[in-house]
Design a protein around this ligand. Structure first.
Ligand SMILES: [Zn+2]
Length: 143
C-alpha cells in the first residue's frame, strides 16, 4: 500500500521512485527514509555535513565519512509552487510546493512541502513510503 499524501497534491513515494534504479548511497537514503530516518553524510575529520550522501568529503577529501541521522528540523530558504509537472510520473499531482530547506545539522535538501509555508518558516520532516519499504521525505510546518 502506498501511504501517499492524500489530498495534499504532493507526489507519493511510489510516484517519486517509480522506474528509478536506485543503487549504493542513493538506495541507502531511500531505505533509511522508509524507516522514518532522514540521513546525511558527515566527515569525521572536518565535520562537514553533506547531502546528497557522499563517500568522500567535499571539503577535505577524507574518506572517513559517516551516515548520520538528522533530527529532521530546518528552515525554508526558498520555495516554489509547481502547478503542473511536465513529468509523466507526476501527472496526477499538483499543485504542490518545492523548497530548499536548510536542515539544522548544516546541509540543504530540495524537498516537497506539505501545506502552506513561507521563507524562514521552521519545518519538520515527514515521510511517504512505497510498497517496497522505501521512503521519500517531505517537510511541513512545525507547530
Ligand atoms: Zn572533511
Amino acid at each position: 500500500m502506498d501511504r501517499g499524501i492524500s489530498g495534499s497534491g504532493l507526489p507519493s513515494a511510489a510516484e517519486r521512485l517509480a522506474g528509478l534504479n536506485l543503487r549504493g548511497l542513493e538506495s541507502d537514503f531511500y531505505e533509511a527514509a522508509g524507516k522514518g530516518r532522514l540521513v546525511f553524510s558527515r566527515c569525521r575529520d572536518c565535520g562537514r555535513a553533506m547531502f546528497p550522501l557522499r563517500n568522500i568529503c567535499l571539503n577535505c577529501g577524507s574518506t572517513a565519512v559517516d551516515l548520520v541521522d538528522s533530527l529532521g528540523r530546518g528552515v525554508v530558504q526558498s520555495i516554489s509552487t509547481v502547478s503542473r509537472s511536465p513529468h509523466p510520473a507526476f501527472r496526477s499531482t499538483g499543485p504542490y510546493q518545492v523548497a530548499i530547506v536548510k536542515v539544522d545539522e548544516g546541509f540543504n535538501i530540495l524537498s516537497n512541502i506539505d501545506g502552506e509555508c513561507t521563507i524562514d518558516q521552521i519545518v519538520e520532516v515527514a515521510f511517504t513510503t512505497d510498497d517496497e519499504g522505501r521512503g521519500v521525505p517531505y517537510f511541513r510546518s512545525s507547530a
